[in-house]
Design a protein around this ligand. Sequence first.
Ligand SMILES: Cc1cc2nc3c(=O)[nH]c(=O)nc-3n(C[C@H](O)[C@H](O)[C@H](O)COP(=O)(O)O)c2cc1C
Length: 409
Amino acid sequence: MIRAYPRRFCSSTLFRPHLSLRAALRKVRPPRHRPGSRRPDDRMLYELARPLLFQLPPEAAHHLALRALAVWQRALQQRPRPAAVHDPLLAQDLWGLSFPNPLGLAAGFDKNAALPHVWPALGFGFAELGTVTALAQPGNPAPRLFRLPAEHALINRLGFNNDGADAVARALAARLAAGRPPAPLGINLGKSKAAPLERAADDYCASLRALHGLADYLVLNVSSPNTPGLRDLQAEAQLAPLLAAVQDENRRLAGAAGVAARPLLLKVAPDLADDALPAVIAAVRAHGVAGVIATNTTIDRSVLPNGHPLASEAGGLSGAPLRARATAVVRALHRLSGGDLPIIGVGGIASGADAYEKIRAGASLVQAYTGFIYRGPTFARDVVAELRALLVRDGFANVAQAVGIDARQ
Ligand SMILES: Cc1cc2nc3c(=O)[nH]c(=O)nc-3n(C[C@H](O)[C@H](O)[C@H](O)COP(=O)(O)O)c2cc1C
């Protein structure tokens, strides 16, 4: 549409409002540069834009962000960026995959795998797309996403809204046609709401068939609080046969394609009792699961201030109030597994110090969602730079050396 206007109009700030805002900002405030930041302008812009963005209902703000990033995705997918500079302090190889840094985007932000090239360009070391279900589904009725700004938290009961595995696979394959992004892509699989629990394995396997060839790793999500009964699949009696069926299909698909089976990870809830964790580790070991993601959102509201007006909203709570419990689960899983099962730590990471806490508790990699909402587009670069500074301060030559340091004491 812009092309219809004469060139001199197109180049005016009228058509590039972001440029005029940047220019205005430069006039009113001199550029600030906090240590660790490479993009002070972008951070400042988000600090200004956030109050406006937060005037919108949370889901509307989310869709606006996705639409803005989709413009960038289209440019990146035509000419994928080369790999980021290799940083020996932050880079790790796990499951035969190279992670340029340990911070990933957590599942749920990019449910339809629309932005695979954007996440590494924003500084994430990997991204977990989905949750995708075999059947397309609209999710729960709105309102279903709530901000708790004072607590740096969110409550969501979205209920796996997504386009369904076949449609997501087709669209993702098209986006990856010119090249994969320079960081691993996980795909998180959930159970379709319409599938009865007894048919859960068939339902997960249908998603697996659609998406197997596109993912660097896969995640079996049995821990969302927003699909009725889903978390029952974490119980020993359900978990073992489910893992067996999904791993059989994983191996069958890999054999047919002449490749190795994809690393399959299990994502667990923070609300599992401590005494349920040994059975999880046993099932994971018995079925060759490559790692555990700890944790999903919590249904516990005792971590909120007494009488919080949103405490009675159903759904999963994420962000700062979840941090301590998620770290405790990471630590417990690391200890129970003797430290040789890779763990992805997630829950309440909003800074490099938070990421470092999860790593020292036993996480080889970390992920974040809610912190990204509150800190904005410079989040990943800032957190990674902060984490790097902490690793240097403590004399580590590589992030892997810090994994589980605090769980041993
Ligand atoms: C709005 C929202 C949607 C989410 N959707 C999913 C999802 O589809 N699948 C999933 O495994 N986790 C989902 N999560 C959970 C996150 O991946 C993560 O485990 C949790 O939010 C804790 O991390 P955080 O405190 O950094 O947000 C969602 C979280 C939020 C806030």
